[in-house]
Design a protein around this ligand. Structure first.
Ligand SMILES: [Zn+2]
Length: 481
């Protein structure tokens, strides 16, 4: 029974979202009456003109920080020409670091980095340019920020769309790598810049969520990116998608792909490495280092690692889990958790964030409080330690705790008490943001086969769906039943 449940839950992922959820249909992904704009009540929408100071974020203190530079320069001890060359290289390196920070809109830290060094030719000019761009920046409030999401990307369309029982679901809710790259390129050309949920609102000293401003040069606009179900579920084996995320020799996060012939390759086969590579080449696609949010269930592990408790206890395994363990006789649960943690750490280091997608991919609207508690406890037990905890929850099935009216009641009180401050559903409006002292809540837009096929006009601010749509997709894309 459980097998059937997990397969249905994951393949259909969002497919059931339009059903049986009372007054909340406008925030469901695939309902006929698409979301109306302005669904957020005025009083609960905070418009921010609070003039938030331009601050750096902790994740910027990594490779490009002044501290790292100071350590590097301290070991210049060779004499003569070689020392001079080394010196010049380091000065150029500092300028490059500052320019990269500025390209990511972190002008203050870029300028501070240069000002903290002995004066060099070129520094003053660079500082002047950075100040000029910084002063031209336009503020964006959270209500002006769109949020798009994907599922695991399809690498091999022939395998994904081979006509087996999962093909229809992939055609509906998944996106191919070619489509993803075309969408990313289009959004980049249109000036979109990835921001984090923390760029929209953070808790103040009293624990109340307060809106923030995002400052971007004219022509740029912020968006939030997320990806659901990055578990590489067992049912996807052999269906043309990556099998897990791994950290390569250079400390980069890549995707592992097992070919039809059993050969294993490592590369940019899913969103995380694709975005990392894109930002490496186009730092101005990321606001001060922000990347996307990865929403994780737990029942088959995370990031392709079989970290859930059932793989350790081997109690109540479903059929696919049993097959997995039977075909992996050397399976070591502890080692699996360690590798998942290493991968998650490398991702966080690179600007990625994690969210709960509920442990069992449950519909929070339909679930009882008891079920929500049991499920959340499992997420906190088996997933949170790997990703370092999370204050974000991205609801499965695009479900939600309530309609457009603000959250209240025991399910919200429970989740809030477990530390969740950021809540996301699915909504096809361009913008759907609600900020109250208790939480930030945001609608997300699915960029998948279903949406591109049936509602290309809803995506026209982001890209031209007709140009992006992968010709390898079977059409018509099946309707949501
Ligand atoms: Zn999902």
């Amino acid at each position: 029974m459980k097998k059937g449940w997990s397969i249905a839950a994951t393949v259909l992922c969002l497919g059931l979202a339009g059903t049986a959820f009372g007054g909340c249909q406008h925030i469901m992904p695939f309902s006929e009456d698409l979301a109306t704009s302005g669904t957020v009540p005025e009083e609960s929408t905070t418009s921010s003109n609070t003039g938030i100071a331009f601050k750096s974020r902790p994740r910027d203190s990594g490779e490009s920080s002044g501290k790292a530079v100071a350590e590097d320069t301290s070991d210049v001890s060779v004499s003569g020409d070689r020392a001079d060359d080394r010196d010049k290289e380091e000065k150029d390196g500092i300028l490059q670091q500052a320019q990269r920070l500025a390209a990511m809109y972190d002008y203050d830290n870029a300028i501070a980095l240069l000002q903290g060094q002995p004066e060099e030719p070129g520094y003053a000019q660079a500082i002047g340019q950075m100040e000029e761009i910084r002063d031209s920046c336009v503020p964006w409030t959270p209500e002006q920020v769109t949020h798009v999401f994907y599922h695991t990307l399809i690498k091999d369309t022939a395998l994904a769309f081979d006509g087996d029982s999962d093909s229809a679901g992939y055609d509906q809710v998944m996106t191919t790598i070619d489509e993803f790259n075309a969408i990313t390129q289009s959004m980049y050309e249109r000036g979109f810049v990835m921001v984090s949920l923390e760029d929209l609102a953070v808790k103040d000293e009293n624990g109340n969520m307060v809106p923030k401003e995002i400052l971007l040069p004219p022509g740029k606009q912020p968006f939030v990116l997320s990806q659901d179900d990055v578990s590489y579920y067992h049912y996807m084996d052999g269906d043309g998608m990556a099998s897990r995320l791994v950290v390569d020799e250079d400390g980069q996060v890549k995707a592992e792909y097992v070919g039809a012939d059993g050969s294993v390759s490592v590369g940019d086969y899913d969103m995380v490495p694709l975005i990392d590579a894109f930002v490496e080449e186009h730092p101005d696609f990321s606001y001060r280092g922000a990347k996307g949010i990865i929403a994780l269930t737990g029942y088959e592990g995370v990031l392709g690692y079989r970290t859930d408790g059932v793989y350790e206890t081997r109690q109540e395994l479903d059929e696919l889990q049993q097959v997995y363990l039977d075909t992996h006789p050397d399976f070591d649960h502890e080692a699996e958790v360690a590798r998942a943690t290493e991968t998650a750490n490398a991702m966080k280091e690179n600007g990625w964030a994690f969210a709960s997608h509920t442990w069992g991919h449950i519909n929070v609207g339909e679930s009882s409080l008891e079920r929500l508690k049991t499920d959340t406890e499992k997420w906190l037990t088996y997933v949170a330690p790997i990703v370092g905890g999370s204050d974000k929850i991205i609801f499965a099935f695009g479900a939600d705790l309530s309609g457009a009216e603000g959250y209240s009641g025991e399910k919200f009180d429970y989740l809030k008490a477990q530390g969740f401050d950021y809540y996301c559903n699915v909504d096809s409006s361009q913008y759907w943001v609600q900020i109250t002292p208790g939480y930030l809540r945001m609608g997300r837009r699915n960029l998948d086969g279903y949406r591109m096929y049936y509602n290309p006009e809803l995506l026209s601010d982001l890209f031209d769906a007709e140009k992006v749509f992968d010709p390898a997709r079977p059409t018509p894309v099946p309707e949501m039943s």
